[in-house]
Design a protein around this ligand. Structure first.
Ligand SMILES: Nc1ncnc2c1ncn2[C@@H]1O[C@H](COP(=O)(O)OP(=O)(O)OC[C@H]2O[C@H](OP(=O)(O)O)[C@H](O)[C@@H]2O)[C@@H](O)[C@H]1O
Length: 317
């Protein structure tokens, strides 16, 4: 997904444009947390200032919420504020190539809920000189959607404290596919999953609710075993021929990944760090859901404050 955005360079108060490597993880509060973004980029050895098009996840607006804003937030949000339309009017739309309405005051962009941000360099330079501090009306909050990055190789060869995610049934079985590989590599984690499904819950009388997750902390104690978190997404109640329909699995996928990202946030708040988040192409094997359909669900997910904004998708072929 190609997006053009502008960022203000803090040191010299000039407008500059970042060239972001396609695989650079973005912080959750992308626009509202500019210093966080700059921090991420500064740790990237290939960083470059350059007036180019950036590769970013989709950016959406959500329901306006009255609240006081910092000067920085006002500045950023004023970039998207329509200067010739009343507050709340979201019908105005311009394309990347359409000219400003006047030479002195270029029209700003107002976003529909799923409309991408696209602006020309000249638009953005003009906007940068028109940063407003008079914005007393609530403006749409800028949010990002989950970003997927693809890799070929062994998902299990992850750094310590990475989180490995796979789709699970609620019956307590990691019987085949990648689940069987998880069971072989992480027997202690499998026991935690199995006990959760069959002792904490009961498959017949009190099953684990689908659309939830189980986040298992690194639990292998044998020497040499990797210290990996395991994320179980309960996307289907049963497995085999009794698995849920594709539509139900997809609905469960959206809710369970949200549950998991919230659980990761809680774990990190408790001081237990989670490194990379790796996922196999969930649902696409034994559960029989085309990967593209799961991608639609994952990439439309709004990243809440404090959530990891990106997931690495690993496959062997
Ligand atoms: N060793 C390996 N290394 C790397 N990648 C591997 C791999 N093996 C398979 N993949 C790939 O991993 C993706 C997901 O494919 P899977 O079929 O595993 O999972 P799924 O999410 O569709 O279904 C979940 C149910 O399957 C299980 O088996 P049981 O129901 O218990 O029998 C669970 O318990 C659930 O119930 C596909 O891209 C596979 O190519």
């Amino acid at each position: 997904m190609i997006r053009k955005v502008c960022l203000e360079k803090d040191l010299h108060r000039e407008m500059r444009y970042w060239l972001l490597p396609r695989d650079l993880p973005l912080p959750p509060a992308f626009f509202a947390g500019r210093s966080c973004l700059l921090h991420s980029i500064n740790s990237n050895p290939q960083r470059t200032w350059s007036p180019v098009t950036l590769h970013l996840p989709r950016i959406h607006t959500k329901t306006p919420r009255p609240r006081s804003m910092s000067m920085e937030q006002k500045s950023i949000k004023s970039f998207f504020k329509p200067r010739d339309a009343p507050p709340g009017n979201t019908s105005h739309k311009r394309t990347a190539t359409s000219p400003p309405t006047t030479s002195k005051e270029p029209a700003a962009k107002t976003l529909k809920s799923t409309e991408p941000i696209e602006a020309t360099l000249s638009d953005m330079k003009a906007q940068s000189t028109a940063v407003s501090t008079q914005d007393e009306h609530p403006q749409p909050a800028i949010t990002t959607t989950l970003h997927l990055k693809y890799h070929k190789g062994d998902i299990f060869a992850a750094p310590q404290h990475s989180l490995l995610i796979h789709a699970c049934n609620t019956q307590g079985s990691w019987g085949s596919g990648i689940a069987a590989a998880f069971r072989a590599r992480y027997p202690a984690a499998f026991k935690i999953y199995r006990d959760y499904c069959t002792k904490t819950h009961k498959p017949t009388t009190n099953p684990v609710p689908t659309g939830t997750c189980l986040l298992i902390p690194p639990s292998e104690t044998s020497n040499g075993k990797p210290k990996h978190w395991i994320g179980c997404l309960f996307t289907s109640a049963k497995y085999g021929k009794a698995k849920d329909s594709q539509a139900v699995i997809l609905g469960n996928t959206g809710r369970s990944i949200k549950h998991l990202l919230a659980a990761v946030k809680e774990a990190e708040r408790d001081g237990r760090g989670v490194n990379e988040i790796r996922m196999c192409m969930i649902n696409s094997g034994k559960f029989g859901v085309p990967w593209e359909r799961t991608v639609e669900v994952l990439e439309s997910l709004t990243v809440e404050e404090g959530w990891k904004p990106a997931v690495d998708v690993w496959s062997v072929d």
